[in-house]
Design a protein around this ligand. Sequence first.
Ligand SMILES: CC(C)(COP(=O)(O)OP(=O)(O)OC[C@H]1O[C@@H](n2cnc3c(N)ncnc32)[C@H](O)[C@@H]1OP(=O)(O)O)[C@@H](O)C(=O)NCCC(=O)NCCS
Length: 169
Amino acid sequence: MNPPPADLAIQIRKMQLEDLDRVVEIDHASFSLPWPRSSFVFELKENEASRCWVAEVVDPNGQPTLAGLLVSWLIVDELHIATIATAAEYRRHHIGRRLMVHGLSEAMQEGAVVSFLEVRRSNIAAQALYTRLGYQEDAIRPRYYQDNNEDAILMSLQPINPALFDLRG
Ligand SMILES: CC(C)(COP(=O)(O)OP(=O)(O)OC[C@H]1O[C@@H](n2cnc3c(N)ncnc32)[C@H](O)[C@@H]1OP(=O)(O)O)[C@@H](O)C(=O)NCCC(=O)NCCS
C-alpha cells in the first residue's frame, strides 16, 4: 500500500457497532494479544464507563477511512486508557496523539483529573507517544503480559494538563 500523504485530514468521532469489522482488523494487526470482537461489543453496548473513539482519515472527496481506535474507561475522576492503535499504514501522522488528546479532553469535561495506562516495556513507540503528552512512569509490574512474560510499565498523567491540547494538530 502507498504511504499516506503528509498532511492528512483527520477527524475523531465516537466508535459505533458498524465500525467493528475495521476496528477488530486494526486491533488484531496491532497486538499479540488482541481483543476478541465480543470485548468491543461489550464496551459499546454494556460498559457505561467506556469511552470509545475512532479516528478517520478523510480523502479529498470527503471519503473517510477508519485509521485508529481508542478505548478508555472513565471511573470517577480517572481516565484509564484500555487500548489504542493506529493502522500500520497510517502511523506517524499524529493519529494516536489526536485520539489521546481528544479522549483526554472529552474526559476532562466529564470530570477526569488523572489518567492511567500500562504499556509493554518493549513498546518504545507507545511510550514516546505517552511521554510527549506528559505521562510519567510510576511503577513496573513484572511479567504482566501472559504471552511473553514481558513487564508492564505503569504510567500516569496527573493532573491532566490542558496544555497538551496545543498538540491537537
Ligand atoms: C503507539 C501507536 C498507537 C502510535 O500511533 P501513531 O498514530 O503512529 O502515533 P503519532 O503519529 O500520533 O505519534 C505521536 C508521537 O509519539 C511518538 N512516536 C510515535 N510512534 C513512534 C515511533 N515508532 N518511534 C518513536 N516515537 C514515536 C513521537 O513522539 C510522535 O510525535 P512525532 O511524530 O511528532 O515525533 C502506534 O504505533 C500503534 O498502533 N502501535 C501498535 C499498538 C500499540 O502498541 N498500542 C499501544 C499499546 S500501550
